[in-house]
Write a protein that binds this ligand. Structure first.
Ligand code: MG
Length: 295
């Protein structure tokens, strides 16, 4: 990497001294990148000067034009955003999403105990089956964006962690849990409330709706990287938008979210996603409209 930067900087300096670099519009490779050198996506060598100053040969260097900093590649892929579903008052999945639940089946899921996922699919909803345990995706994901909607039953009984507890666990039962819980007039430890990275990070605010109403998460996850010892080189990070409100803003996840003890490092770089069947006796919550985009 350093070698490429040095090569690019040297080439840019040579072109500048010859007066040729700034006299041409940006055709072909970006300026400063030697012919044949690999192009880094989204990275451009910045112009080394704005022109209009004296060169060593005593001549005036040409001034830069607006076109010299306007690029036309790479072109981002076109994505068709989801359309609005007036009946359910929500937005559908974009065209490049993997649909994890569309209201009809559990084809993308299996039981975390093994075998078929045994949660209840009816009337377009997915309802937790507490006897059947957690469900987990068949696929694994690295960096991703996920959308998920849930509803705590109206009039649910219980309190704190025993009222509408579920959760999105990135990496299965030993992964990172983003808590899902009734958060409306339901005090509990704040680093375990809805919108928290469980037992690690308190959400910035609490935009929960009353139970009986639909709520949603839009979550962006960046997978960690590791050194040869299996230690974090970069930790996992998460941004969480809850009912349209940012509650976790590019938060670093320390390690797996254990009920007891210090968070250990999870050495995986790709993850299955688990929906939790919590052992509390409150009425089970329901999910709908779950989709994911790999980033
Ligand atoms: Mg939970």
């Amino acid at each position: 990497m350093k070698k490429n930067i040095l090569l690019a900087a040297s080439a840019a300096l040579i072109m500048l001294l010859s007066g040729s670099a700034l006299a041409q519009p940006p055709q072909g490779p970006p300026q400063g990148r030697p012919a044949g050198a690999p192009q880094q996506q989204g990275v451009r060598t910045p112009p080394s000067r704005v022109g209009g100053t004296q060169q060593p040969n005593g001549q005036e260097a040409p001034r830069m034009t607006p076109e010299m900093t306007e690029f036309y590649d790479p072109v981002p892929p076109t994505v068709t955003p989801g359309s609005f579903d007036a009946k359910n008052q929500n937005w559908g999945a974009p065209s490049d999403a993997i649909i994890l639940f569309d209201g009809t089946n559990l084809n993308e899921w299996e039981s975390a105990r093994g075998g078929e996922a045994q949660w209840t699919v009816a009337d377009g909803l997915l309802t937790v089956n507490k006897r059947a345990g957690d469900i987990i995706t068949k696929r694994e994901f690295g960096d991703f964006q996920i959308h998920i909607e849930w509803r705590v039953p109206e009039g649910i009984q219980g309190s704190g962690q025993s009222r509408g507890n579920s959760g999105l666990k990135i990496g299965g039962s030993t992964g990172y849990e983003i808590q899902i819980l009734d958060g409306y007039n339901n005090p509990t430890y704040v680093n375990g409330m809805v919108g928290s990275v469980y037992k690690q990070t308190i959400p910035l605010v609490n935009p929960s709706r009353p139970n009986g109403e639909w709520q949603y998460y839009d979550l962006i996850f960046t997978a960690p990287t590791f050194n040869k010892l299996g230690q974090y080189r970069t930790k996992p990070r998460v941004t969480l938008i809850y009912n349209g409100v940012v509650v976790l803003n590019d938060v670093e996840i320390i390690g797996t979210t254990s009920y007891i003890g210090i968070p250990p490092v999870n050495q995986n770089a790709t993850y299955k996603l688990l929906l939790q069947s919590h052992g509390d006796p409150s009425e089970p919550i329901s999910y709908r409209n779950i989709w994911i985009r790999e980033l």
